[in-house]
Design a binder for this molecule. Structure first.
Ligand code: THU
Length: 128
């Protein structure tokens, strides 16, 4: 797995984070089944519940082009150890993938690799 293009895309997207409330900028990038990479940042709102994480914005952007099978996700934030996707984002990724590698990185270059199955062992599913 070559993580560099995903990390670069996530870092570029992070620069566009809209996070005036938390001041915590996050970028995420998802590699899809056709090899394309879709990246996004977190977008907050004055109504906190309406804020959307970078990971969900990234998978939504990919799914909105018709793609349905994420292969890998990279997340970048300025935190040590690297930030992990929140529960909502884990469940959202589980909508499209039984499992996939997730790399969490920070600005210092620390890397933590995990998997969706490890981060969310028992996702809710209507598939039984
Ligand atoms: N956030 C993300 O975008 N992804 C994560 O993995 C962790 C948290 C955002 C949500 C909110 O805009 C800000 O970071 C602080 O929680």
């Amino acid at each position: 797995m070559d993580w560099e293009p995903l990390i670069a895309a996530a870092a570029a997207a992070r620069a566009h984070a809209y996070a005036p409330y938390s001041r915590f900028a996050v970028g995420a990038a998802v590699l899809m089944e056709d090899g394309s990479i879709h990246a996004a940042a977190n977008v907050e709102n004055c109504l906190p519940a309406l804020g959307i994480c970078a990971e969900r914005n990234a998978i939504a952007a990919a799914a909105s082009t018709g793609l349905r099978r994420p292969q890998a996700v990279a997340v970048i934030a300025d935190m040590s150890p690297p930030a992990t996707p929140c529960g909502l984002c884990r469940q959202t990724l589980a909508e499209f993938a039984g499992d996939l590698p997730i790399l969490m990185v920070n600005l210092q270059g620390e890397r933590v690799e995990s998997t969706l199955a490890e981060l969310l062992p028992q996702p809710f599913s209507l598939r039984g």
